[in-house]
Design a protein around this ligand. Structure first.
Ligand code: 5GP
Ligand code: ZN
Length: 112
């Protein structure tokens, strides 16, 4: 299920341009519009899940897939010396866009 007015659902549908780096039937990965590191991309599920806190048991394989994809894409993007994976969750977790997303950041320091 997607949400009509959700910006990340729109990106996943291709309705808003994004720097897409990967897509399949379940997930979509694209460059962050305001990068905090030389490499900074986001991985989202195509189905609308508000946050990590809203995931259910049925979402466990999807979460595993997103984490494995973080590794694959980080290496593909040249982050062989290391990278950071972050999932901001909810208001106190600093989440601004209410559609689950995995941040992947990397590239030569300093940037943190
Ligand atoms: P959050 O704070 O919710 O964990 O992170 C949301 C991230 O989404 C931010 O890093 C922000 O720069 C990124 N972002 C927000 N809107 C857009 C957009 O329209 N396109 C892209 N590519 N990134 C976005
Ligand atoms: Zn959404």
């Amino acid at each position: 299920m997607q949400k009509e007015d959700c910006i990340f659902c729109k990106i996943a549908r291709g309705e808003i341009p994004s720097g897409k780096i990967y897509e399949d039937d379940e997930v979509f990965a694209f460059r962050d519009i305001n990068p905090k590191a030389p490499v900074h991309f986001l991985i989202i599920p195509k189905k609308h899940i508000e946050s990590l806190a809203h995931c259910e048991a049925v979402d466990t394989p999807l979460l595993g897939k997103m984490l494995a994809l973080a590794r694959t894409l980080a290496l593909q993007e040249g982050c062989g010396n290391g990278f950071r994976v972050v999932i901001n969750t909810g208001r106190d977790g600093g989440q601004e866009v209410p559609h689950l997303h995995v941040h992947v950041m990397g590239g030569p320091q300093p940037w943190k």
